[in-house]
Design a protein around this ligand. Structure first.
Ligand code: ZN
Length: 414
C-alpha cells in the first residue's frame, strides 16, 4: 500500500464523464485535469476507469452483524427479527461485538466505503458493551475509514428504567448522533419528544428508524417534520426506512413529502432489508416495503441508500457493498432506466455525505482525497456488471486494491 505522505497521481480516469488525471497531495485532491505532471508522484494508470468519491454507508449495524447462525430466520407468523436479536444481545461481549464489527469494516473498505455512520445499540440487554467495542474499533480503523457512531435505541426507551440513562451515557462518551426508533414504543410522540429534547441538550443530530410498517395510522414522519421545524433542527434530522410512504394515497403522500422537504430532513432507504422483512404475512400481493426513492428525489429531498444489516435475521444475505445496494435499488424501486442508473451512484456518495454533513467531500480540487476507481466506463455498467473496485483511496492513501480474473475458452471474433 502507498505511504501516506507520498503524492499520488491517478492517470486517465473518467471524472465527471471526461478522461482526466487526479493529483493528490497531503490527503487532498490538488488538481484535476488532462496531462498533469507525474513528477514526484506515485502514478496509477486508471485509463478509462470510472472515478467516484468514496462510498458513504449512512445507516448500518455492525454490532449485530454475522449472527444469522445463532438463531432461526424469519417465517410468516414467526418471531420478529427484533425479538430474535434481543435475545442474542444479552450474551454479546465486547470482544464478540468488536470482532464481528471489524469484519464488517474490512469488507466495507474493500468495497469502496471511506466513511461510515453506524448504529450502536444501547439498551438493558447489551448496555454499553457495543459502545465500548465500537469506540475501540473507531480508533483502530482511523485513517482507513472514518467511523461515526449513533447511540441507538433499538428496543425503545419506555420499557425499562435504564435505557434513557444509558443513551445519555453513550453521548457523554463521545458518540456523535442520537438514534430513535419510535415504533418500538407504544407512545410514539412521547418517544420522539424525548429524542428531540435530548439531542438538543447534547447538541447532536438525530437519526430515526421511522415508519417501517404499512399502517398509515401509525405515521410519524409528519410529527417528526413538525418538531424539526419547531426546534430549528433543519438539516440535522435523518429518517431511515420510511416504508409507509409507499402505501399512502397519492395526495397524502405528496403532503408528507412536502413536509419532509420543508423540514430539510434527509431520507435513507434500506432496500435489502425491506425486501427480506416486509410482507411475510400478506396473503396476496406481498408488499416489499421500499420507499418512494424516485419521488423523494424528484421533490428535491436528499435521499440515500445504505446496507443496514449484515448476515442476521433482518437480512441474512446482507453485505456491506454499496454498489450491490445500488443494483438492489434499481431492481426494487423501479429505477433501472439508463438515466436513473446514471444518477444512482449519488445515493451512495454525495447524498449520504450531505446527510452526514461531511466537509470537503467530492472530486473537486481541494476536496479530501477519498475515492474509488471502478472497473467500468460509467455508472450503468458499474451497477449492471457489479464492477470491481480496483482502488479505494482514503485521505490520499490506497487502502484497498482489488482484482478479478477469469479464463474463457472463447476466441474473440471481430
Ligand atoms: Zn437500521
Amino acid at each position: 500500500m502507498t505511504a501516506p505522505s507520498r503524492p499520488l497521481l491517478l492517470r486517465g480516469g473518467l471524472v465527471g464523464g471526461r478522461r482526466q488525471d487526479v493529483s493528490i497531495r497531503d490527503g487532498r485532491i490538488a488538481r484535476v485535469g488532462a496531462g498533469l505532471d507525474a513528477a514526484g508522484h506515485d502514478a496509477l494508470d486508471v485509463t478509462d476507469r470510472l472515478v467516484l468519491p468514496g462510498f458513504v454507508e449512512s445507516h448500518i449495524h455492525p454490532d449485530k452483524a454475522f449472527i444469522a447462525d445463532r438463531t432461526q430466520g424469519l417465517s410468516a407468523g414467526g418471531p420478529t427479527p427484533q425479538t430474535l436479536v434481543a435475545e442474542l444481545k444479552k450474551s454479546f461481549t465486547v470482544e464478540d461485538v468488536y470482532q464481528r464489527a471489524r469484519r464488517v469494516i474490512e469488507l466495507a473498505v474493500r468495497h469502496g466505503c471511506t466513511t461510515m455512520r453506524a448504529h450502536v445499540e444501547v439498551d438493558a440487554f447489551v448496555q454499553l458493551r457495543g459502545v465500548e467495542a465500537l469506540r475501540r474499533l473507531q480508533a483502530d480503523v482511523a485513517g482507513v475509514l472514518d467511523l461515526e457512531l449513533i447511540a441507538f435505541a433499538q428496543e425503545g426507551i419506555f420499557h425499562d428504567g435504564v435505557t434513557q440513562d444509558l443513551l445519555r451515557e453513550a453521548l457523554k462518551t463521545g458518540l456523535g448522533t442520537l438514534g430513535g426508533c419510535p415504533y418500538m414504543d407504544r407512545d410514539q410522540r412521547a418517544h420522539i419528544d424525548w429524542f428531540f429534547e435530548t439531542a438538543q441538550a447534547f447538541g447532536v443530530p438525530l437519526d430515526f428508524h421511522a415508519d417501517s410498517g404499512d399502517d398509515p395510522e401509525q405515521l410519524t414522519t409528519d410529527y417528526i417534520a413538525e418538531q424539526t421545524l419547531a426546534r430549528g433542527m433543519q438539516g440535522r434530522v435523518t429518517l431511515g426506512h420510511l416504508c409507509m410512504l409507499d402505501v399512502l394515497e397519492p395526495a397524502h403522500r405528496a403532503r408528507v413529502i412536502g413536509r419532509i422537504r420543508d423540514a430539510g430532513i434527509h431520507v435513507i432507504s434500506l432496500p435489502a432489508t425491506e425486501l427480506h422483512v416486509k410482507g411475510r404475512a400478506d396473503v396476496t400481493r406481498t408488499w416489499r416495503g421500499v420507499t418512494r426513492i424516485g419521488e423523494l428525489r424528484e421533490a428535491g429531498i436528499n435521499v440515500s441508500i445504505s446496507t443496514n444489516n449484515i448476515v442476521n435475521p433482518f437480512t441474512p444475505y446482507g453485505h456491506p457493498d454499496l454498489l450491490r445496494q445500488a443494483l438492489v435499488t434499481a431492481m426494487s424501486a423501479h429505477l433501472g432506466n439508463l438515466d436513473q442508473l446514471a444518477w444512482l451512484p449519488e445515493l451512495i456518495t454525495t447524498n449520504p455525505a450531505r446527510a452526514l454533513g461531511l466537509e470537503g467531500y467530492g472530486l473537486a480540487e481541494g476536496c479530501r482525497a477519498d475515492l474509488v476507481v471502478l472497473d467500468a466506463r460509467d455508472a450503468a455498467q458499474a451497477i449492471t456488471e457489479q464492477a470491481e473496485k480496483l482502488y479505494v483511496v482514503k485521505a490520499g492513501r490506497v487502502v484497498a486494491r482489488n482484482t478479478r480474473t477469469h479464463e474463457l475458452a472463447l476466441d474473440r471474433r471481430e
